[in-house]
Structures are given as structure tokens and as C-alpha cells.
Ligand binder design. Structure first.
Ligand SMILES: [Zn+2]
Length: 319
């Protein structure tokens, strides 16, 4: 875990850039991600099919996904957006060509399924949401406040994406503004889970580190700068433990763990910044620091297996 330095690059942009670098392995997910981007930023025009995005990273993703899926002939245009001085608009155009209809139909097929609430595989839903987020999402620096939002042109789009997010047990709010509809998450833990779904693991860790730091009431000022956070190996280890436990929780459930591992996992989630000694003392009967550490190593092993390919954790481990 490196230096968390949102100062070097905007938190929102760093998150988007990280997400844009993910190109899913499966074809189904690639199509779903492109369908997500096209859902919010794509249009059939007299010239063909255009996807217009406001960020270079999103444009690159659109281009790569089209290329991987269909190898179409494409045109890319960058337009300076006079109204909002700072940003450019990027247009990826698929001009008329024999496979244009196939491309449009397969994108529409995915979108129609989601509009009808036929959600299908989780891998594809995540990719779809990543596409939507790349096109329209942003994140406030969590040091200021917890706020993630996605801006839509229509209420229907917002409602579909809201329902899709709800399939992962998250509860985004939707608010209608003058010319657009905004979907938002305001809870640190929900934002963190959402980033995890999208595959933004660096963003997630950065957010978590801020959340942990925020939780350390007496040490906030000492810990907010990078050097101190880097020096604090205990904090890094704790974050790693939380990450492992979340992974296990999400993929196989904490119930799949032996009772003693469950106990220490639950305790860690409740006290993400407690030291091993403090955790040990909170157990009944109390456990030594090295005993607690031993359990975290086992959790680490299980999480590693899951990362490597989803082997089931052995349920016979003992503390
Ligand atoms: Zn998939």
C-alpha cells in the first residue's frame, strides 16, 4: 500500500483513471461495460453511432471496448467545450458500416434487459455499473465529505441504475434537479462497497484509510498527512485485515469461517483501528497478541486463496 496522496491528483479523477484501466476478461462483461457507457453517453445519429464523454479516460475505455468486441472502423474527435472552459468532449463515432446494426443491437439488447430488471450475472452488472460510472460518476474527496454521485439526463436512466445498484444491497438516493437527475451515495461504507463492486481497489483503500483516520479521534491531525500514514505499519496491517475480511464476507460469507476466525473477523470490522493487543483483550476468553495475529494470518491465507481462484476456505481451522 503506497502513499495515499489525493493531493497529487484529484480523488475523483484518480478513481476514474483506475476504473478506466480495467478491461474485463469475459466478453459478456466487456459488452455490459460498453452498454453501460453507451446507456448514458451513446446515441444513434445520422452519421452512425456516437458515444460522447467528458473524460479522456472514459474515451479510451469506449475505444478499447469497441475494438476488443467488434474491431469496427472508428473515428475519434476531441472538441473543446466552450461553455465549460476546462473540459474537452471526446466523441467516439462508429460510422455507417456493415456491422453497425449488429453493434447497436447487442448494446440495446443488454440495456433492454436491465431496463426490464432482468439482471443476469453479477459480473456483468458490475461491469455495466462501471461503464455508467466512467461516463457520469464522480466522487468528492472523502476528507471533506462522503459523497459519490452519478448524473443522468433522464429519471428513467437513474431509476434503472438505482435498481441495478440495489441488487447488491446498496441503497442509493435519487434526486431530480432542473436539467438532470442525480443518483448519490452518502454513506462511507456504502461508497466503499460500491467502489469495491466496480473494482476500484486503490480508491477503496484510499477511502478506507481516510475512514480509519477519521475514526481515530485523537490522532486525526497527526495522521492525515502522507508520511505519518506510511509510517504507521499497524494501520496498514489493519487495513489489509479489513480488506481480507471484506473479501471473505463478500465471496463466501463470514459464516463459512470457523467460530474463532469469525469472532476475530467481526471484532476487526467493528474496530478497524484497534491494535492486536486491544482486540485480544476484547475476546472472551482473552487472547495474546500473537494469538490474534495467528488468526489474522489464517484469514489472510483464506483471502489469498479466494483471490487466486475461489477455493473454499477450510472450515476446520482452529485458533
Ligand atoms: Zn459477465
Amino acid at each position: 500500500m503506497g502513499c495515499f496522496s489525493p493531493r497529487l491528483m484529484g480523488f475523483s479523477r484518480a478513481t476514474r483513471d483506475e476504473l478506466a484501466r480495467i478491461i474485463p476478461e469475459r466478453r459478456c462483461c466487456r459488452l455490459a461495460e460498453l452498454a453501460g457507457l453507451a446507456y448514458v453517453d451513446g446515441n444513434i445519429t445520422p452519421e452512425g453511432y456516437d458515444v460522447v464523454v467528458g473524460q479522456a479516460a472514459a474515451a479510451r475505455t469506449v475505444y478499447l471496448l469497441f475494438k476488443e468486441l467488434y474491431q469496427p472502423y472508428m473515428e475519434i474527435k476531441v472538441r473543446h467545450r466552450a461553455r465549460f472552459n476546462k473540459h474537452n468532449l471526446y466523441m467516439i463515432r462508429i460510422p455507417h458500416q456493415p456491422q453497425l446494426e449488429t453493434i447497436c443491437n447487442s448494446l440495446k439488447g443488454v440495456q433492454r434487459r436491465y431496463v426490464l430488471g432482468r439482471w443476469g450475472r453479477a459480473c456483468c452488472r458490475r461491469a455495466f455499473l462501471r461503464g455508467v460510472y466512467l461516463g457520469r460518476g464522480s466522487l468528492t474527496n472523502p476528507r471533506k465529505t462522503y459523497h459519490l454521485e452519478i448524473v443522468f439526463d433522464s429519471f428513467q436512466q437513474a431509476a434503472v441504475v438505482q435498481s441495478c445498484i440495489e441488487t447488491f444491497s446498496l441503497n442509493p438516493g435519487v434526486v431530480q434537479r432542473k436539467n438532470h437527475v442525480t443518483l448519490y451515495l452518502k454513506d462511507g461504507s456504502q461508497i466503499s462497497q460500491f467502489l469495491n463492486l466496480l473494482g476500484g481497489h486503490t480508491a477503496l483503500l484510499r477511502l478506507e484509510s481516510v475512514r480509519v483516520v477519521k475514526g481515530m479521534r485523537n490522532q486525526v491531525n497527526r495522521l492525515v498527512n502522507c508520511e505519518t500514514a506510511n509510517m504507521d505499519k499497524t494501520l496498514e496491517a489493519a487495513l489489509r485485515q479489513v480488506e481480507n475480511i471484506r473479501l471473505i464476507q463478500e465471496q463466501v460469507g463470514l459464516e463459512s469461517l470457523s467460530l474463532d476466525l469469525q469472532e476475530v473477523a467481526t471484532l476487526r470490522l467493528e474496530h478497524p483501528y484497534a491494535s492486536l493487543r486491544e482486540l485480544g483483550q476484547a475476546l472472551d476468553p482473552p487472547l495474546s497478541k500473537s494469538g490474534v495475529n495467528h488468526r489474522f494470518r489464517k484469514l489472510e491465507g483464506i483471502a489469498e486463496e479466494l483471490r487466486d481462484g475461489g477455493a473454499k476456505p477450510s472450515s476446520d481451522s482452529t485458533g
